[in-house]
Design a protein around this ligand. Structure first.
Ligand SMILES: [Fe+2]
Ligand SMILES: [Fe+2]
Length: 267
């Protein structure tokens, strides 16, 4: 089996079981995803932030219980709705409050880098100079390893004003780092609650739907909720390039175009 990963994001769990957000029971979404994910047997799962809507310790305990039966290793990012201290108390007890949330792992020669873009008390994101230096160094030291980057906030404006106002503040220096390192095969982000797909330089930039309620790609000043099914993205890393699919919780599976057939991002 080729190495594969799942990027699932924006679970928006709450402390209260059965609570609806925009008509969606987010706990039920996570529970429904478990057998699908186990059947797909990804090498690794990246959970892309906004794990909880309310940042409560109880929500993280629910996540821990709901996703306990998953067989693949999971790496967590945090989003603007998360609370780092509550997250650490549940998933990383004893960890220092200032321990980095940015880091990397190599699996079968492929590098996976998780970049924290959540800033306490803010909706918009920032990677920060220190983490950007770390990223530059890591990419320079692992120049031959195909690399996938993950962060919560969109690093390219998606041209929806209300979402771009709360995008990634330091996207320009981030994109400069990425463009210096051709081994970056893809950049995966959440936060936008909808699928986005562009080619930027040599990399795929992939916005993943939420595993919860979805935002319509229209609506410039405020969110419009769509009835689209929650979804996650699966990526297979093959010698001839990555193949990607969207898996919807209503059972649909949609294969996406190749890198060559993906529109180039134009500023
Ligand atoms: Fe979100
Ligand atoms: Fe978010």
């Amino acid at each position: 089996m080729p190495l594969s990963f799942v990027h699932a994001s924006d679970f928006h769990l709450t402390a209260e079981r059965g609570a609806l957000q925009h008509g969606v029971d987010t706990g039920a979404c996570l529970a429904r995803a478990v057998p699908l994910l186990n059947a797909l047997r990804p090498t690794v799962i990246v959970a892309g932030g906004d794990l909880a809507s309310d940042g409560s310790e109880a929500a993280y305990r629910r996540l821990q219980a709901l996703w306990g039966p998953l067989t693949a290793p999971i790496h967590f990012l945090l989003g603007n709705h998360d609370d780092a201290a509550a997250f650490r108390r549940v998933f990383r007890p004893g960890e220092a409050a200032d321990a980095p949330l940015t880091g990397g792992v190599t699996l079968d020669g492929v590098r996976f880098l998780l970049l924290n873009s959540a800033v306490a008390g803010q909706e918009g994101g920032r990677i920060g100079e220190e983490a950007l230096h770390w990223l530059e160094k890591d990419l320079a030291e692992n120049a031959t390893a195909p690399t996938w980057l993950f962060l919560h906030h969109q690093p390219l404006p998606i041209r929806q004003r209300w979402l771009d106002r709360i995008g990634l503040a330091d996207s320009v220096p981030f994109l400069e780092v990425v463009s210096r390192h051709p081994q970056v095969a893809g950049v995966c982000y959440g936060h936008v609650h909808q699928s986005r797909r562009w080619r930027y330089g040599r990399s795929l930039f992939l916005g993943v739907p939420a595993l919860a309620f979805q935002f319509a790609p229209v609506g410039q000043e405020a969110p419009i909720i769509t009835p689209d099914a929650p979804a996650f993205r699966r990526v297979e890393i093959r010698p001839d390039g990555p193949r990607t699919w969207l898996h919807f919780l209503d059972g649909r599976v949609r294969e996406e175009p190749s890198l060559e057939a993906t529109p180039v991002y134009v500023r």
